[in-house]
Design a protein around this ligand. Sequence first.
Ligand code: SAM
Length: 194
Amino acid sequence: MNFEDYQKKYRLEFCKFTEQRNSNRRLWNISDETASFIFKLVLKHKPKNILEIGTSNGYSTFWLSLAAEEVDAAIDSIEVDESRYRMAQANLLNRKNVNLIHGLAEDLIPQLTEKYDFIFIDAGKIGYVNYIRLLENKLNPSAIIVADNVISHRDTVRDYLDYLQNNDLFETETQNLGSGLEVSIYNPNSNEES
Ligand SMILES: C[S@@+](CC[C@H](N)C(=O)[O-])C[C@H]1O[C@@H](n2cnc3c(N)ncnc32)[C@H](O)[C@@H]1O
């Protein structure tokens, strides 16, 4: 099924997300354009393990979960705010491939036992560079890392962009859609190839 088919199939669930967003300005859900992009990227790259940092009420997680179901992947998603974490729990009750984790990403990432093939970063912008540093030994070769808001918050995520752009282990480019997405590929063998 494509993105539009899923929008129709899960109309009631998406109406609920819209209602929540309209009554709570502090959910900061991704745009449809970004949702469609990450949905298609998961279908294309067929990751097995996905990590999301910044669940909020679970809107982006829902899209990741739909794509993950098609490629038989599992998702861990981290959220520090208790009320948004509880909303996500309720919104994702029927999504069997999602594991929600409550806490601070900086504390939790070192405790994760999985290695990941796909990461979606959409949490505190100032923390982006810390997340990627902590994540480096949790990435499988060819892992894709997508970070949101890199154009809307370019100054705040400058360290993150500098880190990736000056690191031989990553190929990275900025996509001008939604709030700006940095899409990076982890290639730990790049030094051997050159
Ligand atoms: C932009 S919102 C996430 C929106 C969500 N990805 C979506 O599109 O539905 C960012 C979320 O990250 C959470 N957050 C911020 N800093 C965090 C941290 N250090 N660890 C875990 N969660 C964090 C915030 O509480 C907030 O709910």
